[in-house]
Design a protein around this ligand. Structure first.
Ligand code: GCU
Length: 341
């Protein structure tokens, strides 16, 4: 039984060339985990393609951890939603069925609303500001530990760049241009309200379904960074790209708390160190990947609109105060803004 399940997972892991969104969720854990200090086989679920900067950085982390622990911590990387879309992957981590996943901010907001702070527009000035906050234990320590009673440890975050609106039929230049358009958002209240404030009709949807929905007309647009726009091939079906720069959202590394507890102190230290190294690597790769994506967009004949971003910022600014309803969320927001250069 265990062998069959493992074989299924390995096959799913070969999905590097699969269509974005191809899924094949695991049915159960491989049952390889042992007592603290023993050997473990871990799986990490991502919704990105194999060559996306986060996948590349996570693969580097996995390779180094495997080598430095002499195989005691053996991490296998599963890109392309091959273990499920993010909502499912997060549930699998909470269940202890898989050990690690990369999960975008909006999904964590659904487990503890205080996470919405980092999903708000205008909270981060730029990627440097974001990265100086999302791995600063003083600001995020309690927040990241807050899901442990549900078996989810948030270990830190990578950047997912700044997000922009793109559409199938006409360019978006002002917020009013979104009126009547179905714009895909990640599955969170904050992002639903954000598109409503612009004037559009938000449609929450898993990442891997967006391409087909844009292609078939179920969606009129979506919002994302350039790298995902190209790697998910949305560029083929939504050729109007407007630089609204309305959000900079983190991608978190989450772990099953019970799995982390199985590591010896030495292996845990190696894992933590290599995770932080992978964050540095990812931020460096991000800049290059963004330039490459822009070149691919130019090549594909995308119509770029350099919009007045303040119009979008003004339209969605009310979201900040209306969302910061707990003292915790307000304190994290204030600390984040205080860390801006
Ligand atoms: C980005 C982000 C992902 C997220 C995706 C989305 O690609 O890195 O974590 O899932 O956007 O829009 O769903």
């Amino acid at each position: 039984m265990a062998v069959t399940l493992l074989a299924g997972l390995v096959l799913a892991g070969c999905a590097g060339d699969a269509e974005p969104g191809a899924t094949g969720a695991p049915e159960a854990t491989s049952g390889e985990s042992g007592t603290a200090g023993g050997s473990v086989e871990w799986r990490i679920a991502l919704n990105q393609t194999a060559d996306h900067p986060i996948t590349v950085s996570v693969q580097g982390m996995a390779d180094r951890v495997n080598e430095l622990t002499e195989g005691r911590v053996d991490i296998e990387v599963f890109p392309n939603e091959s273990l499920g879309a993010q909502a499912e992957a997060l549930q699998l981590v909470a269940d202890g069925t898989i050990e690690l996943a990369i999960i975008s901010g909006p999904q964590l907001e659904n487990m503890n609303t205080d996470f919405l702070v980092f999903n708000l527009p205008l909270v981060f000035d730029d990627i440097d500001h974001q990265m100086s906050v999302v791995n600063d234990d003083e600001i995020v320590g309690d927040l990241y530990a807050s899901l442990e009673d549900r078996n989810v440890s948030v270990l830190g975050a990578y950047t997912a760049g700044d997000r922009n609106i793109y559409t199938t039929d006409k360019p978006i230049v002002t917020p009013a241009d979104t009126a009547g358009l179905k714009i895909r958002v990640q599955e969170s209240e904050t992002h639903l309200k954000m598109i409503e404030l612009m004037g559009g009709s938000p449609t929450p949807m898993a990442f891997g379904e967006v391409y087909t929905a844009l292609q078939s007309g179920v969606l009129d647009g979506a919002e994302n960074n350039e790298v995902s726009y190209v790697s998910q091939r949305h560029v083929e079906v939504a050729p109007y790209f407007s630089y609204t720069r309305h959000l900079i959202v983190p991608d978190y590394l989450v772990a099953s708390t019970s799995s982390l507890d199985e590591l010896s102190a030495e292996d845990r230290a190696i894992f933590d160190e290599e995770f932080l190294a992978s964050v540095e690597e990812q931020v460096a790769l991000w800049a290059t990947a963004t330039d490459e994506a822009i070149a691919a967009m130019e090549e594909a004949g995308v119509e770029f609109s350099d919009v007045d971003t303040s119009l979008f910022a003004d339209a969605i600014a009310p979201l900040v105060d209306s969302s910061l309803t707990s003292d915790n969320a307000r304190a994290i927001y204030d600390a984040t803004r205080a860390a801006a250069a």
